[in-house]
Design a protein around this ligand. Structure first.
Ligand code: PMP
Length: 301
C-alpha cells in the first residue's frame, strides 16, 4: 500500500495498482487531454476554469468525457479529500481509452479518466527572488492550424523538445516563437513583458495555451490599474522590455531576468512582477472550490 489514492475510471485505487493498458491510445498516440491544477490550503484554485478548458480541449478533438462538469468537480475534490491534502497538485487526464493498434479512435469505446492528487513541492523561494533565464529555441510552436496550442492535449512533444533545447543551453526555460517569428510562450507557461508601464502578452491565436494563470493575471493587473494589451511582439521587444515574467499553474508568476544572454532591466525581478505575484498569492486560497468544510479543515494533518 502506498497510502495514495488515484481515481481511475470509476474507482479509487492504490497508487501501486493504478495502471492502464498499453493499448490505451493516450499511451500509443498521445490521444487525449489533460489539466494541471493547484490546491492552496484546501482551495482548488480556479477549478471551474480548468474544467471548462478540459471540456473545450476534449470537444476540439471530439473526445467525449463521460461525466458532467459537476460530477468531475466532485471526483476531483474527493480525490484531494481521500488523500487528506491541503496544498497539492492535481493532474486530470482523459485519454481516448483502450483500442487496437491502429490510430483510428473508432476502436476506443471507453475514454479513460484519471485524477492524481499529490503533495506539492513548491518552487524554491530563491527562484522567485533570483528570477529565471530564458533562451529562444530553434523549434517553433505548433501552428494553430496543425495542432492548436489552445488544446491541452497529451501530445506535448513540441514542449518537451524545446525544454530539452533550453536545458542544453543551460537556462531554465525556452522562449518559443511561432513560424512567423512572433513570441508565443514558454514550454509550460505564458509570457508577459512590461514596457513603459504597459503590460503585454501575446494573443493566444499566435500559438499559445490560454493559461488560467495568464487570464487571472490580466484580470488582476487591470483591477490594479495597469494597462494590459494582448498584442503580437517579437524577440526584440522581449530583449528591450523593462520587465519580463512567466505565468503558469506551477510557476505562478515568476520573473525572467535574462533572455538570450541579455539582461532584463537591472537583472533582478521588477516591481510590476513582484506586485502581481503578491496580489496573485492573496487570491489563491479563496478563488476556487473549497475542498473541506471549514470545521473539517482544522482536522486535516
Ligand atoms: N502554456 C503551456 C504550453 C502550458 O503547458 C501551461 C501549463 N498548463 C501554460 C502555458 C500555463 O497555463 P496555466 O496557467 O493554465 O497553468
Amino acid at each position: 500500500m502506498s497510502n495514495q489514492w488515484i481515481y481511475l475510471s470509476g474507482e479509487y485505487v492504490d497508487k501501486n495498482e493504478a495502471v492502464v493498458s498499453v493499448y490505451d491510445h493516450g499511451f500509443l498516440y498521445g490521444d487525449g487531454v489533460f489539466e494541471g491544477i493547484r490546491v492552496y490550503e484546501g482551495n482548488i484554485y480556479k477549478l471551474d476554469e480548468h474544467l471548462k478548458r478540459l471540456f473545450d480541449s476534449a470537444k476540439s478533438i471530439m473526445l467525449h468525457i463521460p461525466y458532467e462538469k459537476e460530477e468531475l468537480e466532485q471526483i476531483i475534490a474527493e480525490t484531494v479529500r481521500k488523500n487528506k491534502l491541503e496544498t497539492a497538485y492535481i493532474r486530470v487526464v482523459v485519454s481516448r481509452g483502450t483500442g487496437n493498434l491502429g490510430l483510428d479512435p473508432a476502436s476506443c469505446s471507453n475514454p479513460r479518466v484519471v485524477v492524481i492528487a499529490e503533495a506539492l513541492a513548491l518552487f524554491p523561494k530563491e527562484l522567485y527572488e533570483r528570477g529565471v533565464r530564458l533562451a529562444s529555441v530553434s523549434s517553433r510552436r505548433n501552428r494553430p492550424d496543425v495542432l492548436p496550442p489552445q488544446v491541452k492535449s497529451l501530445n506535448y512533444l513540441n514542449n518537451i523538445l524545446v525544454k530539452m533545447e533550453a536545458n542544453q543551453a543551460g537556462v531554465d526555460e525556452a522562449l518559443m516563437l511561432n513560424d512567423q517569428g512572433y513570441v508565443t510562450e514558454g514550454s509550460a507557461d505564458n509570457i508577459f513583458i512590461v514596457k513603459n508601464g504597459t503590460i503585454y502578452t501575446p494573443p493566444v491565436y499566435l500559438g499559445a495555451l490560454e493559461g488560467i494563470t495568464r487570464n487571472a493575471i490580466i484580470d488582476l493587473a487591470e483591477e490594479h490599474g495597469y494597462k494590459v494589451k494582448q498584442e503580437p511582439f517579437t524577440r526584440h521587444d522581449v530583449y528591450v522590455a523593462d520587465e519580463v515574467f512567466l505565468t503558469g499553474t506551477a510557476a505562478e508568476v515568476i520573473a525572467v531576468v535574462e533572455v538570450d544572454q541579455r539582461k532584463v532591466g537591472d537583472g533582478s525581478p521588477g516591481a510590476v512582477t513582484n506586485h502581481l505575484l503578491s496580489e496573485f498569492r492573496k487570491v489563491t486560497t479563496t478563488d476556487g472550490h473549497q475542498v473541506y468544510p471549514s470545521k473539517e479543515k482544522a482536522q486535516v494533518s
